[in-house]
Design a binder for this molecule. Sequence first.
Ligand code: SF4
Ligand code: SF4
Length: 456
Amino acid sequence: MSGVNTALKEIAASELNAIINKIAAAGVVGAGGGGFPTAFKLKTKTPIRTVIINGAECEPLLKVDQELMARYPEELLATLATLVQATGAETGVITLKEKYREAHAVLAGEIRNYPGLRLHLLPDVYPMGDEHLLTYNVTGQTIPPGGLPLQAGAVVLNVETLYNIHHALAGRPVTHKYVTVTGAVRQPVTARLPVGTPVRELLNLAGGPIENEYLLIAGGPCMGKVTSFNAPVTKTTKGIIVLPLDHPLADRYRRDLNRELKIALKACCQCMQCSDFCPRHLLGHPLEPHRVMRAVTCGLADITLPQALLCSECGLCDFYACPFSLSPRQVNRKIKAELQQKGFRPGPWQATTPSPFREGRQVPTKRLIDRLGLKEYAARPVTFIEDSITVNRVHLPLRQGAGVAPRPVVRVGDRVEKGSLLARIDDDTLGSGLHASISGTIITLNSEIIIEGGGD
Ligand code: SF4
Ligand code: SF4
């Protein structure tokens, strides 16, 4: 019997290697925003017990994963079943919020055909998509602070990443991205469009901004970054939020970081609200943002500061908890950058026990939306546009995820077809390859590749 088991393991291992090679060849990275090369997530000697699909889509206003789950249940479930079998995992779990009724209904209907898979419904609280929180919710096991889901026997993949794996297994590389465009636009949309499409094209698709002066946020309202009219959509862009310039959230995004830090350090009264609501702290991680604030205020380069490395930058402390709208997140971000620049490596943290107060302190997304002043935008219907728009020029940054930039295999003047390889990554180097998202001619090649012409 053990001979049979060994043979089965060998078959599964060779199948997994073939799958990993296809995923790497297609340039798949975490589409939820992380951008970690997916092949590397699966290339592990640590046994995987659970493959978790992250359909929490916890940032308010975004509607990409909900749409994909509702529209492509068969593709997603079949691909998950393939991954579960190839990795030798015990189960595959699609997580989604209870409120995604349409997606839940179609997935619940289809999943009966997949005995090894199950759905896991999540409450509508923010944040929820953080791998630490999601893994704990699904497995009941905490990941050690600073650690990876694999330490709890899990691999976590975003819904759109799974959908890209579905295409990768059929030999189709990542050329397109689903993005929600919402906020102060005429018609909010979730659209599929070529990677490299400028943000201005997305705004046109949404009927244009309804304000003359506005701020553009790439990502979600809590963890997004200010972007510009001409910036390209990348493999990790999940949303574009248009905020009137006088919106309170736009004001938060425009604050000068250094001034913000000075105010924060003077005004902090050590009320501890930031720590009381910090989701990582509530999971038992040794992160207490009020202590970090105190250490910085008092100029203490003490043992508290490395705690900042555990911050997920979810923003709950500044957008929700702090009575003075101070930003422990910004303070943590600055300390993190300094520690990382110095090559600081914290010692291993131990697995933790969640706080008994965790349940009662989770923040309902609805309440957060009210606090952020986004109620009006959250109530608007979002049109789904599946047909890819025609774009005449795309800007493709070489590096579109974690790791090093891939090496170009094309030259200026080359004619490329949609899906052809533009830049490759060497085997075993952390990074991801890049493919042409439209057919056309390469007109620029430096840290980005610009393709002109051809359409889609
Ligand atoms: S941003 Fe604030 S609330 Fe979120 S993990 Fe960091 S310290 Fe905690
Ligand atoms: S919630 Fe605000 S005031 Fe209170 S400890 Fe945290 S940063 Fe300071």
